[in-house]
Design a protein around this ligand. Structure first.
Ligand SMILES: Cc1ncc(COP(=O)(O)O)c(C=O)c1O
Length: 381
């Protein structure tokens, strides 16, 4: 038996990787499972995107290694997208690095900036990858609690009281997953000032801006943010391209250069056709978001009904691809979702996989058809 690296003892297999094996086994055994667990968009990308990748396959350059920094036209489309929707000016030659999904960016940024023993501020509840990547690199997660009573926004006064001397990086994620909370401009201003005071690099992970949300905001729109902030963005949810694996990290050229140093040693560019499709996606007009959100609005109404049928409460002002619902007092999330899986053949995510602050909450994905949501409601009723 060959001993694995010590770092492997610091993480566990990703929750969905394990749980979906169990769910898939139930499906294989004939159970009519309705999967409201994972946020993998079931709707197709814009038709122009599919046409662009199809057409690209016949081009002579389509099958070669691609640039480590992506096609100039892709970076230009990303810059235009940030300019249009976030009022942020980016130099497409230097301030943008296309990624194969924003998830890989979490590793690249961490590898570029963390040494063993460095500390990293991580939201609880929050996307589990921030924590696992931090541990894989031998750095130490320091969880900052988000609370329903504070609209799931960080308490910076409480953070100021911590010993921040070893903190190098802070993950923030607004609109927030799993709660759907939105940042305010004031919060971002306070975060930029906090980062400058304590020499911390803040990364806002921003893949949910366009889902059931009227006003997009980037942390980079705050004056001086580029000195201390990066932002991750993604086409996964915005354009239903999760499986394509396209995202981006944006920020100052100095930060981007450091990340490129890591990334260019790990992959050899993004498939040409995917880049051509992504360029078309980024050019979509506002009507794309309107039609996408019409579907999600209908689904969210149904999920609200389902949550009520399960005696849960929820915040109608939240945005994003999920409904974050509060269980009745003293009901534990994991036991609850297992009961619903067993009794109703419905898979819902327990809030605890996002951290201890997720206890007492469950997360419904909107990536299921209205028909299946109506069926879920009737099963529960
Ligand atoms: C908060 C958050 N960040 C990042 C990601 C990764 O998205 P992708 O790698 O598909 O861009 C997800 C995906 O679910 C997410 O919820």
């Amino acid at each position: 038996m060959i001993e694995v690296a010590n770092r492997l003892h610091t993480v566990e297999e990703y929750y969905f990787s394990k749980k979906l094996r169990e769910v898939n086994l139930l499906i294989a055994n004939g159970k009519p499972i309705i999967n409201l667990g994972i946020g993998s968009p079931d709707l197709p990308p814009p038709q122009e995107v599919v046409d662009a990748i199809s057409k690209s396959l016949l081009e002579t350059n389509a099958h070669k290694y691609q640039s480590y920094q992506g096609l100039p036209a892709l970076r230009e489309a990303m810059a235009a997208f940030y300019n249009t929707y976030f009022q942020v000016t980016l130099n497409s030659a230097t301030d943008i690095l296309p990624l194969m999904g924003s998830k890989e960016g979490i590793m690249h940024i961490s590898m570029a900036y963390l040494n063993e023993g460095d500390k990293v501020l991580i939201p609880n509840p929050g996307y589990p990858t921030y924590q696992s990547v931090t541990r894989l690199l031998g750095a130490e997660p320091v969880f900052y609690e988000l609370d329903e009573s504070e609209n799931w926004l960080p308490d910076l006064e409480a953070l100021e009281k911590l010993d921040l001397s070893k903190v190098k990086l802070m993950w923030v994620n607004y609109p927030h997953m799993p709660t759907g909370a939105k940042a305010t401009k004031t919060l971002f201003e306070d975060l930029v000032a906090f980062a400058k005071r304590h020499h911390i690099l803040i990364v806002n992970d921003n893949p949910y801006s366009f889902i059931l949300n009227d006003s997009q905001i980037s942390i980079l729109s705050i004056a001086g943010a580029k000195d201390v902030c990066l932002e991750l963005n993604s086409l996964s949810k915005t354009f239903n391209m999760a499986g394509w694996r396209v995202g981006m990290v944006v920020g100052s050229s100095a930060h981007i250069d450091n990340i490129l140093k890591v990334k260019s040693n790990m992959d050899s560019g993004m498939f040409y056709g995917i880049q051509k499709g992504a360029i078309e996606a980024l050019k979509c007009s506002k009507s794309w978001f309107e039609s996408l959100n019409e579907v999600y609005k209908e689904r969210r109404d149904l999920v609200w009904q389902l949550a009520e049928a399960l005696n849960c409460t929820y915040d109608k002002n939240a945005c994003g691809l999920f409904v974050w619902a509060k269980l009745p007092p003293s009901i534990e999330a994991e036991a609850f979702i297992d009961t619903v899986l067993k009794n109703n053949d419905i898979f819902i995510t327990p809030g605890t996989i996002f951290g201890s602050q997720g206890e007492g909450f469950i997360r419904f994905s909107l990536c299921a058809t209205s028909e299946s949501l109506r069926e879920a409601i009737s099963r529960v009723k």
